[in-house]
Structures are given as C-alpha cells and as structure tokens.
Design a protein around this ligand. Sequence first.
Ligand SMILES: *Cc1c(COP(=O)(O)O)cnc(C)c1O
Length: 461
Amino acid sequence: MNVSNKYPTAHYRALDAAHHLHPFSDTKSLNAEGARVIVGGQGVWLTDSEGNRILDGMAGLWCVNIGHGRREIAEAVQQQMSEISYYNTFFKTTHPPAVDLAALLAEVAPPHFNRVFFTGSGSESNDTVLRMVRTYWATLGKPDKQVVIARRNAYHGSTVAGASLGGMTPMHKQGGLPIPGIHHIAQPYWFDDGGEMSPEDFGLWAAQELERAIDAIGEDKVAAFIAEPIQGAGGVIIPPATYWPEIKRICDEREILLVADEVICGFGRLGRWFGSEYFGVEPDLMPIAKGLSSGYLPIGGVMVSDKVAAVLMETGDFNHGFTYSAHPVACAAAIANLKIIRDEKLVERVANDIGPYLQKRWLALGDHPLVGEARMVGLMGALELVPAKPSRRRFEGDGKVGLLCRDFSFRNGLVMRAVRDSMILSPPLVISHDEADELIRIATKTLDDTHAELKRQGLMG
Ligand SMILES: *Cc1c(COP(=O)(O)O)cnc(C)c1O
C-alpha cells in the first residue's frame, strides 16, 4: 500500500494542537507531548508518519475485526455511493442496503433475534435501549417499570444515556450524571474486588447483587438489567464461571428484560457471533456497533428479540430515530464486512485456531514477575500488573504503571491499551500465527522493559 503523508509530522502535530479537541484526553498535556500521527493501515499493521510499523493489538478501538485496508469494503462503499448515497428510513421508505443488512443480521444472530433498529454508534444504540425497554413495559400497561440496573465500571458509551448506564465514575463526575432511573450494582471483577472469596463464590455473590437490587427497588419498578458479556473498557473483566448462569437464573425467575451489550463481544471477538452465546445466555436486546462494520464506517444497532418486537408492534409510533439510522453507505460497508467474517470463517477461526493459539502464549505471560494474572477469551485479553505476586495488591499511583507499560509497548511496536494497571489486548481476528508470535515477543520485551524501570525506581516487591 502506498501511504502518502504530504507534510512532516510536526505540521500535523501543530495544527492538531491548535484546532483539535481529542476525546477522553487531557488536551493540554497531549498538546505538549504531540499526538502520534497514524497514516496507514494494512491487516494488523499500522504505519505512523515517521514510517514506523506498529502491530495494532487493539484493532483500532476494539472494532477492526477484519483488519485494516480491505479493498472489498472500499469497493462496496464506492458502489453504494454511486447508487444512492443517502436516504432516510423515517417516512415509509427503505432501501436495499438497509433491507439486506437487517436480513443478514437475522441470519447470523441467535434464532430468536429477527429484527434490528439501526443507529449510528454504540452509544446511540444504548440510548435506544433505554427508551425501548421503558416503552416495552409502558405498552404492556406497566409504566412504572422504568429503572435499569447496570454495573459499576461498565462501559455503555458516552452520550448522556450511555454514560449514565455505564458505571465510570470519572465520566459521571462531568456533566451531572447519571440521570435518574439507573441503578448500579457490583461488577464481577474477582482480581480487584474478590477479597478472600474464591472466584466461584465471588461470581455467585456478584450475580446475586442483581437479585438483591431487584428486591430493594421493587420488581414492579425494574425494566431491565444491562451488561457486557465481558466488560471491555472496564479492563477485559472475564466473569467467574458461576456468574452468567446465576444471572440467567435470576432473569428467568424475574419479570425484567436482559440486555447484553454486544458492542465489543459481538461479531466473532469471543469465537461466537455474539458474546452472550459464548456464555449461554439468551438476552432480550443486543446493542451492537464496532465489529458490525469493523469500524470502516460508523454504524450501530439494537437487535430486538421476537418477544420484545411483538410488544413494540403494539406500541404505535416509536418516537425515536436518527438521521443516519440505516445510512445506506454504512450499511453497505457492514454487509461487506459481515460477508468477510462469514465467508472467511473468522468466527470459527477464533474459536478453533488463532484463539487457542494466542491464548496459550498470552496465558504464559502470567509467569512474568510483573504479571499477577493473565486472562483471555477468544481474542480479548488482559494482564494484571502487580508489584509483589501472588498478592493482588496494586501499585501506588492509580494507573501510572499501566501508562508506563503502554508507552514502552507503543515504542516497541505494539498497541496495547492500559486500563489503570491492566494491559488490554483485542487484536484483529485475522491476525496470523506469525503475527501472534511477534505480538508475544513485543509484549514480553515490554514487560521486561517495564519491570526493569520499576526495579530501577525501587517500586517492585
Ligand atoms: C464502545 C462501546 C460503546 C459505545 O460505542 P460508540 O460507538 O463509541 O458510541 C458501548 N458499549 C460498549 C460495550 C462499548 O465497548
């Protein structure tokens, strides 16, 4: 691929600093440092403006499942733009890409999902969820069932509803969130919160927090429980094996809807089309985005089960939607993307081939003196950095070690993300065995570099 950056890095950095406010960033300190300029991407590899090749261990932001730079998507998009580049779906109209994508989603989703509501992003999908679950109960004559139970340290997006459903304290602190009607319970994060309990006991306890919350609020007031199958932005938190079966039991016994936020776990990340399938749960709604288009164009949606759809059919007008709901060009990109995932058997590849291959090598990083736990399901993993294993005690400084490690990783040629002192990995599903070996080689060097620096600073032990 021919990448052309017409100007030197300093040119982009200066204009970026002058005019661009970055998401989730301290713009002042970023400007002092200068942003890294990414100019190209092919497969799992990124190229920056200095000509460095970097292995994209995060698939962009958990989304580029088919890898960067696929011509099929560019061609599908170009073709669609030349036919009908935009039309809405509000006023008794539809178009072929909306229809084809909806039908394709019904084909790959579990059998009880046959309908989708399109949005432009994961956040919009969760805004849609909030209004949909409340409308569902109102239509059934139970307008008091309004409260949505979510989890602390969950991520459901950055719009007002998304951030409110999410359980990120730093987000709640800005802008007066969460909005009323949302209740947060414990997350199933044994490594940090498990105390003296076994993972199995802790998983049961965390799940039963849902039952206790329903009883405290009153079942006649609770609309739904929302959760990511595996928390992504919270730190790739893989619940203990006891957690999801217990949640399923509670949701089966109680009259509330279960919403699985599949924005990251969907589309092959866990070696199933949807993460809830990996854990054997049957949600009523599934917000989707990210891997739906592999990030080539922004698009999201909410998969609606037959049970919920049957009620919505009786609602009359659902007064909700977005200008770009079912944007034809974004739909065309998503269709081409899903066909690649299906025809190249990427889901099966994660379950049976590259998943087990990378997991084995990643879990072996748990032997490193800096790593208190290594975990991975499908192609979604984390390393917990600690000063004195086997203790789960954390470093002082609330995430400084994670940032140090992340900077070493970038310099060594691998994108890993730091969530406090957890190192996070979520590479494209097309990563080859050789590339996985290279990833592990760089991750090992990065742990060694970080460990040496922490020893030098007297912070280990
Ligand atoms: C990224 C993410 C969202 C928000 O998606 P956006 O497209 O950024 O709005 C919602 N839920 C989960 C689980 C996510 O990871």
